[in-house]
Design a protein around this ligand. Structure first.
Ligand code: UT7
Length: 322
């Protein structure tokens, strides 16, 4: 595993100066103390390559033949960011593609990577979740500008045997296109082309209250489905690693599932909501802190724009720590 963050954190107090908000509101309503915003010179591919390089190094530099990048904020609308990342990492002519499922992107990317390995199409996939979400935030919208942040997390998947530590799955994935308007950047794609979009249409918007309720509902449903398929009881779960959307969402989700709060791994206080990068960043930070002991049973679940959601389980493998 590996992760990367922009060099300098942005504290709540730094945002208070420009927005009608307060450190107290942000901490108590979201659990966030700080987040990272990438400087203009740093694109999503830079963060992705930073995390990817660390993940490859942690695995001894063995070659991979595929790079999958989950992102909401690609370097460009066209082409995908993954080939750029592969190029920056010097990986040669590997397969490379993006997965767009907003905050659920990493779980979707894991599922596609696991599928490539299972069908024999790949011997090693570098799976990355990476975002420069600050690029699409409306600096005047206090309901989103204080929540999201930039970063990347990555891991390497290899063929193995069913049931061995690190083996992924089963998966549960879902979507509901009826929720399109709840989390969206309205302009910049094919839909608004004939019209002159307003500047604010290029910014990310979210109907926070509705999304909050649906996030808990969908992640708990997906988590239950995957536990059922895996034959795990809730009491088997050592760590719930959910999309770091809001600490109140994680707490509500854990309550819904009957998982004690102390079994929730998370780093939202330090990095904010990093969308597709959220789960791999949370995993890498928990791994670096030594929270995830080999053999621990993990439940991963995410929810995001689309709407999309997903969940999977794994037993934590023995990995070197820096
Ligand atoms: O990552 C994809 C999935 N995303 C999520 O799951 C996020 C889901 N939603 C949330 O995390 C929460 O809904 C928010 C953090 C976005 C908002 O928290 P909330 O407790 O749901 O607040 P609210 O939207 O109900 O707003 C309560 C009040 C409002 O003021 P009034 O109308 O009661 O006077 C807002 O205008 O808080 C106000 N408010 C703020 N006040 C200070 C909203 N944002 C801020 C702010 N600072 N930054």
């Amino acid at each position: 595993m590996g992760s990367a963050l922009p060099p300098v954190p942005v504290t709540n107090d730094e945002l208070v100066a420009a927005l009608d908000t307060s450190d107290e509101w942000i901490r108590s309503r979201t659990g966030i103390r700080q987040r990272y915003f990438a400087p203009d010179s740093m694109a999503t591919s830079d963060l992705a390559a930073g995390a990817g390089a660390k993940a490859l190094k942690s695995e001894g530099g063995r070659p991979v033949d595929t790079v999958v990048v989950a992102t909401t904020t690609p370097d460009r609308t066209c082409p995908a960011t993954a080939p750029t990342v592969a190029g920056k990492l010097g990986l040669g002519h590997v397969a490379a593609y993006d997965v767009a499922a907003v905050c659920s992107g990493f779980v979707y990317a894991l599922a596609t990577a696991a599928g490539l390995i299972a069908c024999g199409a790949s011997d090693g996939v570098l799976v990355i979740g990476a975002e420069t979400f600050s690029r699409i935030l409306n600096p005047a919208d206090r309901s989103t500008a204080v929540i999201f942040g930039d970063g990347a997390g990555a891991l390497v998947l290899r063929p193995g045997t069913e049931g061995e530590a690190g083996a992924l799955g089963p998966f549960d994935l879902g979507s509901d296109g009826e929720g399109l308007e709840l989390i969206t950047v309205p302009a910049g794609g094919s839909e608004r082309r004939p019209h002159a979009p307003r500047e604010e249409d290029h910014y990310f918007t979210m109907q926070g209250k509705q999304v909050f309720r649906l996030a808990v509902q969908r992640m708990s449903g997906s988590a239950r489905a995957v536990l059922d398929r895996a034959g795990w009881r809730v009491s088997d779960v050592d760590h719930l690693v959910s999309h770091q959307a809001n600490h109140r969402i994680t707490a509500r989700l854990a309550d819904e599932l009957g998982i004690p709060q102390e079994r929730c791994a998370g780093n939202i206080a330090e990095v904010g909501n990093t969308a597709a990068a959220s789960i791999p960043l949370a995993l890498d930070h928990a791994h670096a802190e030594g929270t995830l002991r080999p053999g621990a049973r993990l439940l991963l679940t995410a929810f995001g724009g689309g709407l999309t959601w997903g969940a999977t389980v794994l037993t934590w493998p023995a990995l070197d720590r820096d």
